[in-house]
Design a binder for this molecule. Structure first.
Ligand code: NAD
Ligand code: 44H
Length: 477
């Protein structure tokens, strides 16, 4: 029986003062932001830790406490032509505060002058306004509500503000978060002076994150405990590649010396091109492959990339349908896309398609739909592969072939529409709540999706895809 990971097992591990508040204790943040804090600390450049705030009532607080907030990051993959297999115990998390059980401790974070930074990742659903939130709630339901209460307390104490860097994968995340905080400030009547302090003393940055973090290596847990010599219930696997674009003032690069620590971080005045490139060329193919892949019985991104038909699909989708619709130099896009396909092939991590499948409707809406619509406008026809993957998405959300993972509201829309198969596609396309607009008027879309669904139903996903790729006759699976 291997010993559990804790500070008593490793008494010589360093501790650092708290300099960052981090909303979110999920896999991604622990292998991305906290891993970077660790690298800065290793080089003596930051000398700080993050205090985590659990955004939901349920979370990893107790598990982290059991391990004294230590956990291992396992980096596996190929970086700059070298095979990387790195294991490191993170000492960059000091503790976790659960506002649901200890709201006073949460608010008391406002008192600490050493806390300068706030980061977050509360998934795409987290930066949202919740109408019921009040200043006196303990805690507020939403992440922006909790943040507003914390900032108000800080203001009341007459202290300086924070540098706030959200990492959620939504467009203009920092601006969105700032808007909601200002909305609560107005709604809760916190006064003009507070609003002025918010604007003057706080810096809300937009940011874009990139690192594939499959999370806890369930399939290798036993072997890893043997290899590491301790049991870690919170270890996280990630690829070695990392990229963080922060849209903010140039002085930030000195305050948070990520680049100085050799990390692949850019502080820029405009992150738009980086975002377009990543969301459409990395997250887009992920979302496009997922329904088709699951329908064909594939399990991981690596399975997709090792399959002749599916990898040809990914390549053609990127080269013929995505890159031509993006406004960046073609050579740069091509270079990025090739690197992405190499990352997708990473044989050292297991990136489950089911984890990417979660909330696929909102992902399709941001990652692929804008490109599909642009293609239709500019070329006068629909992109065949993206449209087939849209059909596969709808087929999966019908609910009879795949195990859907989405909000009850989204699933209810599909269940209701599927009661009448004849009008299913029309009803779904008309639902602006799903897509941000009524898609039923996009010329040819309903017809192409009908045909795609029929093809997928009759032939199966692999043969339907093969037919689309070759434009030829496919046979049944
Ligand atoms: N895993 C990756 O490869 C990866 C890479 C880049 C970006 N991301 C982004 O990170 C997000 C989290 O991924 P993860 O792998 O850490 O997942 P995770 O399940 O390990 O963590 C999710 C975190 O979000 C919080 N959360 C969930 N729903 C929330 C809500 N409605 N309101 C507030 N907080 C909420 C949870 O409390 C938890 O802290 C993803 O949604 C994705 O946008 C993930
Ligand atoms: O994390 P999600 O579920 O929003 O999306 C799944 C993947 O597309 C995503 O995690 C990528 O791997 C990541 O964005 C790479 O930086």
């Amino acid at each position: 029986m291997t010993q559990p990971l804790s500070r008593s097992t490793f008494p010589d591990l360093p501790s650092y003062p708290e300099r960052m508040i981090q909303f979110g204790e999920g896999n991604f943040m622990r292998a991305f932001v906290d891993w970077q804090l660790q690298q800065m600390n290793n080089k003596g450049l930051f000398q700080g830790s993050a205090v985590l705030v659990q955004p939901l009532g349920q979370g990893l607080g107790e598990m982290l406490a059991e391990q004294d907030y230590l956990y291992t990051v396992l980096l596996n993959g190929i970086l700059n032509g070298e095979t990387v297999s790195d294991r490191e115990i993170m000492t960059s998390v000091s503790r976790l505060v659960n506002p649901y059980t200890d709201y006073d401790t949460f608010l008391a974070l406002a008192e600490n002058d050493e806390l300068e930074f706030i980061t977050s990742n509360t998934t795409e659903a987290g930066i949202a306004y919740h109408p019921g939130d009040k200043l006196d709630d303990a805690p507020q339901k939403s992440f922006p509500g909790k943040l507003t209460a914390l900032l108000y307390k800080r203001f009341q104490l007459g202290k300086k503000g924070f540098i706030i860097i959200p990492c959620e994968l939504i467009d203009r995340n920092g601006e969105k978060l700032r808007e909601i905080v200002l909305q609560y400030a107005a709604e809760w009547q916190l006064g003009d002076e507070f609003t002025a302090w918010l604007e003057r003393e706080n810096t809300f940055c937009c940011s874009l994150v990139d690192r594939i973090v499959p999370g806890y290596p369930r399939d290798k847990a036993e072997a890893l405990a043997e290899e590491l010599g301790y049991r870690d219930n919170l270890m996280v696997t990630a690829e070695p590649f990392l990229f963080w674009v922060i849209e903010g003032p140039a002085w930030l690069a000195d305050k948070l010396p990520l680049s100085q620590a050799g990390l692949n971080v850019v502080v820029t005045e405009d992150m738009t091109p980086y975002r377009e490139r990543k969301v459409h060329l990395l997250n887009g193919p992920h979302t496009a492959m997922v329904s088709l892949g699951l329908l064909a019985g594939l399990e991981t991104v690596e399975d997709v990339m090792n399959d002749g038909v599916f990898s040809a699909f990914v390549k053609e989708l990127i080269d013929e349908e995505l890159i031509p619709m993006l406004d960046l130099p073609r050579e740069e896009l091509q270079f990025f896309a090739e690197a992405v396909q190499e990352r997708f092939k990473n044989p050292f991590i297991r990136h489950e398609l089911t984890s990417i499948y979660l909330n696929s409707i909102s992902k399709f809406k941001t990652r692929l739909l804008p490109v599909l619509l642009r293609y239709r406008r500019e070329r006068g026809e629909l992109p065949k592969l993206m449209t087939l993957s849209f059909a596969a998405l709808l087929l999966g959300y019908r609910g009879d072939k795949l195990q859907r993972q989405d909000s009850p509201e989204v699933l209810a829309v599909f269940d209701e529409a599927w009661k009448n198969p004849q009008s299913f596609i029309q009803v779904i396309l008309q639902n602006a709540g799903l897509w941000g607009e009524d898609l039923s008027s996009v010329p040819g879309l309903a017809e192409e999706l009908e045909a795609g669904l029929r093809k997928l139903d009759e032939l199966g996903s692999r043969s339907a895809l093969q037919q689309s790729l070759e434009g030829g006759i496919a046979c049944k699976d």
